[in-house]
Design a protein around this ligand. Structure first.
Ligand code: UDP
Length: 406
């Protein structure tokens, strides 16, 4: 079994989820660390100190821990983080030295950590895998109005060239890497993410609705970060078109009062005349989400781009049908017309039409909800970790000269 160094510079696995920069990647790193430790690996996840209340070392479970390393001011903006990488690298090397610990393999997450992996590996010389989680060019091509720094584009290219393999969530991402960056598909490995089935499963729907104070009103739910890429304008426009006059839209995520994008959406809802129908709950702990997923009649994810889309899988696991854009990972696990609907256009009418269909037809909702839960039941994090573990083993057994490191 291996000593693994997971690098997640700006994605702390124990950070509060659902705010601007915390979401799927944090969950992925946390779940994989736990599951890999459960398979006998020793995992240290190195991340940047961002919260004065965090302990330096947090034990996730036996064999897995998070190590917070200082690198710049605690509340540094994401754009400025690159400048603090040298401090992070020094602290990481000091930590390994002070513990007399060596690592057999590096797995870096996101382009910033990919760069850190290259720096650290000048000394360690071990296999280095990276997962980008999102790609700058894929985001730019989605035309959701978000910018990406030139620096990110060039670092992503450098990291791809130098690592021993790139781990992606779907075949689509493998294809994006080949098409957009010219990366040889043989160096790209698909490991499908999973869902925490102990937490997310069909449960007491009526109890969940009662706890959330929902009466009989048809309820549409969105969960996730609040950013233009997620297509929330489109969702508000779709809800404004619904036949059901008494429908309610719950938007979970973000930081009400502190988040410009969320306040802009609140204004937009008022402009559309649905201000009173929309509730912005702010970010919630994952443990609070099952009630929301179960209480909802329909879960909607109208993203312009989505590497995978964990929230849609969580909703399905709770037995709720999903109406989502036909993009990225969503295409791989939502079965159109069976577990929900995939919409190939970024415009509100088809979303409104499918949401209306589900809201007005309880038997359809129930059938799709059961099919959704049944599909999600086979997608555990354990299965993801088995596949990642096999990939690690193949790299650790490979003769060094066969690895593609430059
Ligand atoms: N999440 C959460 N609380 C929130 C909003 C989101 O715990 O208020 C979690 C959610 O359960 C999911 C993750 O954040 O596991 C978001 O992952 P996803 O892949 O959907 O989106 P990303 O952040 O990668 O764009």
């Amino acid at each position: 079994m291996a000593n693994l160094a997971a690098l997640s510079f700006h994605g702390c696995p124990v950070a509060r989820l659902g705010e601007k920069d915390t979401g799927g990647m944090n969950v992925y790193v946390l779940q994989m660390a736990r599951e890999l430790a459960g398979r006998g690996h020793r995992v240290d996840v190195f991340t940047r100190c961002h919260d004065p209340h965090d302990d330096r070392i947090v034990e996730l479970c036996e064999g897995a821990r998070v190590v917070h390393l200082s690198a710049g001011p605690l509340s540094e903006s994401k754009m400025a983080l690159f400048g603090h990488i040298p401090e992070f690298v020094d602290n990481l090397l000091d930590f390994a030295h002070s513990e007399d610990r060596s690592y057999d393999l590096i797995h870096s997450h996101y382009w910033l950590s990919g760069h850190i992996g290259l720096e650290v590996n000048r000394l360690w010389g071990v296999p280095h895998l990276t997962t980008f989680h999102t790609l700058a060019l894929a985001k730019l091509r989605a035309h959701a109005g978000e910018d990406e720094a030139e620096m990110r584009l060039s670092v992503e290219g450098d990291v791809m060239e130098a690592v021993d393999g790139v781990v992606v969530s779907t075949e689509q991402e493998r294809d994006d890497l080949r098409r957009l960056y010219g990366l040889d598909s043989e160096r790209v490995h698909v490991v499908t993410p999973g869902v925490d089935l102990d937490l997310f499963n069909p449960g007491d729907r009526a109890g969940a609705r009662e706890r959330l104070g929902l009466n009989g009103e048809p309820t549409v739910l969105y969960v996730g970060r609040i950013e233009p890429l997620k297509g929330l304008d489109l969702l508000l426009e779709a809800v404004a078109m619904l036949d059901a006059a008494d429908s309610r839209l719950l938007i979970v995520g973000g930081a009400p009062g502190r988040d410009d994008e969320l306040e802009r959406l609140r204004r937009r809802a008022r402009e559309l005349g649905i201000g009173g129908k929309v509730t912005f709950t702010g970010a919630l702990k994952q443990a609070e989400l099952p009630d929301y997923y179960r209480a909802a009649d329909v879960f909607v994810l109208p993203s312009y781009s989505e590497s995978f889309g964990l929230v849609a899988l969580e909703a399905m696991a709770c037995g709720t049908p999903v109406v989502a854009s036909r993009v990225g990972g969503l295409k791989t696990f939502i079965r159109n017309g069976h577990t929900g609907y995939l919409i190939p256009w970024h415009c509100p009418e088809p979303f409104a039409q499918r949401i209306d269909m589900l809201l007005s037809n309880p038997p359809l909702r129930e059938t799709m909800g059961w099919a959704a839960a049944d599909h999600a039941r086979h997608m555990s994090w354990g299965a993801s970790a088995d596949s990642l573990s096999r990939l690690y083993a193949s790299l650790l057994e490979a003769p060094v000269e066969s690895l593609a490191r430059s």
